[in-house]
Design a protein around this ligand. Structure first.
Ligand code: NAD
Length: 468
């Protein structure tokens, strides 16, 4: 297949076909699962700067075998229908893999957010929300968007507020989107969830020495040299946690306007401040204009966290990273995936690796429809039970419980503790099942195929039980 035709969507479909062959999905069902159920295109006008501007938006629903369907909304000037459909399909497989009870969906608005003032973006976002609401493409019961590239808490708060205005009597209206600020029905730990999930995924991979040896590595994450592409929400949090908590060294960061390289390690917080202040990485110490040099630099782990189609058959042979963890969706094309795998690169695939976002979105949606913060009922009960236990231990051993441990153990878990615990559990278990599947059969070439197979087996079961 030539590079021209190896689009994001065709890559996802080829990965799907490879897994479907191994699972043995019947032709009819295979086609039903593979294609998007529907994709809605809307063109709406907003009067701004004394003239009318027309914007194009998409919301694709890939599979409704479970509802609501779930998936982010991105703001990007390059978004198109194919991209949105590929992303929606990945959401279906991702949710099935990590057992989030949703079908897959994805949306986009064709816009460069940097070209608009905040108050203008708010009007555009509210109009887009009205268009989506008209067709139940935003609804706590049917379709629940979340942040993605170019969107964040701010846009989700506008969307939730607009939905509440349209449906004031909907008791569950906060659950119409996830990734909201905590003050607007969000959950603690959602902003950093995808980056945190990348950290947990890598920690679990390093608990599987056979997998790490496949990539020619050993030991722990400490001292491993990492290159990150995109210091946005996902890339920043992943690299911040890995450098601060696992002692990995961030040697390279690629951004839109070039890259930064420093063998001694980059302070990603300082670099992020520089990006916010100046609009890019240009001028930062270690700046390299030609990003390709940093993309192909010698390192242990590469974290693509910007966009799709970054590693293709044209540059796959130049990539030196031993492990690639796909924080972004679709950063490696189908052919590049085969080339990298064949030379012993361990690829931790997007449908598992970046599932931290949808996992914590799931917790947020449950919090919204449950109308109660996690941990609220149990904390004081945990405290009184633990104090009783401490009293009993002191009585038995005839000594005081060490003060330095007491405060920590009597405090019950906060919402953030519970979110982190749930996320860590999902990421650990997710890696364990895909690694076990990969090693269970010589015909399964990699973690990606294994992950896709598990997702497909679950979706197939769900369709069969529906009688379709
Ligand atoms: P973001 O907009 O916060 O960050 C993207 C970053 O990539 C920005 O810093 C941007 O400047 C940079 N970038 C853009 N084009 C680039 C280029 N050509 N070269 C280098 N850097 C470039 O977006 P995000 O939310 O962090 O999402 C990043 C990726 O992660 C996307 O593929 C998205 O689909 C995926 N993802 C995000 C989430 C989430 O919770 N936000 C969840 C799952 C997957």
């Amino acid at each position: 297949m030539s590079q021209q035709t190896e689009t994001f969507l065709s890559s996802v479909e080829r990965m799907f076909d490879q897994a479907a062959d191994l699972v043995g999905v019947s032709d009819g069902l295979r086609h039903k699962i593979k294609v998007a159920n529907s994709t809605y295109t809307v063109r709406f006008g907003v009067r701004l700067r004394n003239r009318l501007y027309t914007f194009t938006g998409y919301r694709s629903v890939h599979s409704e075998h479970r509802e609501p369907v779930k998936g982010g909304i991105r703001y990007s000037p390059h978004a198109d229908q194919d991209e949105v459909e590929a992303l929606a399909a990945l959401m279906t497989y991702k949710c099935a893999l990590v057992e989030a009870p949703f079908g897959g969906s994805k949306g986009a608005l064709v816009i460069d957010p940097n070209e608009w003032e905040e108050h203008e973006l708010e009007r555009i976002t509210r109009r887009f929300t009205q268009e989506l609401a008209k067709r139940s493409l935003i609804s706590p019961a049917q379709n629940v968007p979340a942040p993605d590239m170019g969107t964040g808490e701010r846009e989700m708060a506008w969307m939730a507020d607009e939905y509440k205005r349209l449906y004031p009597s909907d008791l569950n209206s906060w659950g119409c989107v996830t990734g909201k600020p905590v003050s607007k029905g969000g959950i603690r730990g959602r902003v950093e969830a995808t980056g945190r999930g990348i950290q947990y995924a890598l920690q679990e991979a390093f608990r599987h020495p056979t997998d790490i040896e496949f990539a020619g590595l050993s030991g722990t994450l400490a001292g491993k040299r990492i290159v990150v592409q995109g210091l946005g929400n996902v890339g920043f949090h992943a690299s911040h946690f890995l450098s601060q908590e696992d002692d990995s060294i961030i040697v390279g960061v690629l951004e839109r306007d070039g890259a930064v390289f420093d063998e001694r390690g980059i302070d990603v917080q300082a670099l992020q401040r520089h990006i916010v202040e100046t609009g890019g990485v240009t001028g930062y110490s270690g700046y390299v204009e030609d990003s390709e040099r940093v993309l192909t630099a010698d390192c242990d782990i590469f974290i693509p966290a910007a966009m799709e189609g970054v590693i293709t058959k044209d540059n796959a042979n130049d990539i030196k990273a031993k492990i690639i963890i796909e924080a972004a969706n679709g950063p490696i094309t189908f052919t590049a995936n085969e080339m990298l795998r064949d030379r012993g690169c361990l690829i931790i695939p997007d449908l598992y690796a970046n599932a931290g976002g949808v996992t914590v979105s799931y917790f947020e949606w449950v919090k919204n429809i449950g109308h109660i913060r996690f941990g609220r009922m149990q904390r004081r009960q945990h405290e009184s039970q633990t104090l009783k236990m401490v009293d009993a231990i002191e009585e038995m051993v005839g000594a005081k419980f060490p003060e330095k441990h007491l405060a920590k153990i009597i405090e019950g878990p906060t919402e953030l503790d519970l979110v982190r615990s749930g996320l860590d559990d999902v990421m650990r278990e997710g890696y364990q099942v895909i690694s076990a599947k990969w090693h269970s059969d010589d015909r399964i070439p990699d973690l990606r195929t294994a992950a896709m197979m598990i997702a497909l087996e679950r979706i197939q079961d769900s369709y069969k039980s529906l009688g379709i």
